[in-house]
Design a protein around this ligand. Structure first.
Ligand code: KG4
Ligand code: ZN
Length: 384
């Protein structure tokens, strides 16, 4: 099965092609293309992602990113073949114009760059339909729908968070069930119990800010750049966590929920008392990071014990954090030596489309091009 996947839920325009052979039990994944066009430089000046700017950038980037992905996967057929390529019917054009009725620039780029391409050798198209920023999600969903119409391929709508879980399988790792996934990203912090593929029960989640969001907000307080996670972890290396200690919110609560907004407030109050020297920035970074990492790891281990899981899975942008990876590895080995721990490759922790393709492989819910036209973006989509 060859899957072309599209991801536009936030500020990365990403398209990947993934080949899958073998069986559902032990699939063999071979990435053929993985293109990510990041908009970080554009959103940086605003200190966070601006949804309508993200939409504008996705409209500009989707067609060129698709061409790059097809080139990288060697799926772009030569011009000679495109000359005698399929005729696009008037009714197909009408459908595409309707699909892109809110994205005129994307329609123009689609007509100029994509419409006349020969159909590439793929079996299905996967697309993130939620959760995420509505205007951003819609560009990817509509782009996928239009491709489905002209290439006559089925669509698989994918939950972005399932992607952060399944990215772990691309490099040959296997999930033994029951499994517990800790998803930590800019928008989500969730502990998810999986009894089998595509079966999700949220057993804990944040009551306010997501872990990544907390990193981003504290970084802003410390006048560090965006995104905050990498900046804070860099500063933390030179800091001393015990100099300016912060609480470990909800570490002993009787549930698996999290809360990080109080920690951000604690940083804010501390900054009113002290001078923001380089040393203070480093110490606060180290201490804040230690609080977040401790709470995440301790609660994950406790939930893993309660549900007697065979695998712990880490996913999401914050999974790039070295301290989190190291402490989770150490505690899993110490407390649950027979439980496998899956850590994603650091370069695959932040948003990409390979993860969407991998998750799509385990979904049998393909929808044909006609039904696909009514697919909606679902900004608040939850794992269930
Ligand atoms: O998964 P992701 O790329 O996008 C969402 O789906 O939200 O996650 C982005 C988040 C940002 O909040 C960023 O600050 C955080 O991941 N992040 C990190 C690190 N690298 C990225 N947080 C902590 N430490 C890191 N090294
Ligand atoms: Zn993400």
């Amino acid at each position: 099965m060859r899957i072309l996947a599209i991801e536009t839920s936030c500020d990365e325009t990403a398209i990947a092609v993934l080949d899958v052979t073998g069986s559902k039990k032990s699939p063999v994944f071979q990435p053929l293309a993985n293109i990510v066009s990041s908009q970080v430089a554009i959103h940086k000046k605003f200190g966070g992602v601006v949804p309508n700017l993200a939409k504008r950038e996705h409209q500009r980037n989707l067609a060129p990113v698709l061409l790059r992905a097809l080139d990288e996967a060697r799926l772009r057929k030569p011009k000679s073949q495109s000359a005698k390529s399929k005729q696009i019917s008037k009714s197909q054009i009408a459908k595409i114009e309707e699909i892109f009725s809110h994205e005129p620039e994307l329609l123009k780029n689609f007509k100029n760059k994509i419409l006349n391409l020969p159909t590439p050798d793929i079996d299905t198209i996967a697309v993130t339909h939620g959760p995420g920023l509505a205007p951003a999600l819609w560009t990817g969903v509509n782009f996928a729908k239009a491709l489905s119409v002209i290439w006559k391929k089925p669509l698989i709508p994918v939950n972005h968070l399932a992607g952060h879980i399944y990215v772990n399988m691309i490099r040959g790792k296997i999930i033994s069930f029951p499994a517990l996934a800790l998803i930590v990203s800019g928008g989500h912090t969730e502990l998810v119990l999986m009894k089998k593929h595509n079966n999700y029960q949220i057993v804990g989640e944040t009551r306010d800010d997501a872990a990544g969001e907390a990193f981003d907000k504290v970084a802003r307080l410390l006048k560090l750049g965006y995104p905050g996670g990498p900046e804070i972890s860099k500063r933390a290396k030179s800091g001393n966590a015990s100099k300016i200690p912060f609480p470990f919110p909800m570490i002993n609560s009787n549930d698996f929920d999290f809360s990080f907004s109080g920690l951000k407030t604690a940083v804010l109050y501390k900054l009113r008392e002290i001078k923001l020297t380089q040393e203070a920035i480093n110490n606060i970074s180290a201490s804040f990071q230690e609080s977040v990492v401790n709470v995440l790891v301790k609660k994950t281990i406790r939930a893993a014990k309660k549900y007697k899981v065979k695998t712990i899975i880490l996913g999401g942008g914050v999974a790039a954090n070295k301290n989190l990876r190291e402490f989770l590895s150490k505690e899993t080995a110490r407390e649950l030596p027979r439980t496998a721990l899956l850590l994603p490759e650091i370069k695959e922790t932040t948003d990409n489309a390979l993860m969407i393709a991998a998750a799509a492989y385990f979904l049998s819910k393909k929808i044909g091009p006609e039904r696909a036209r009514s697919l909606s973006a679902d900004p608040g989509l939850r794992l269930h």
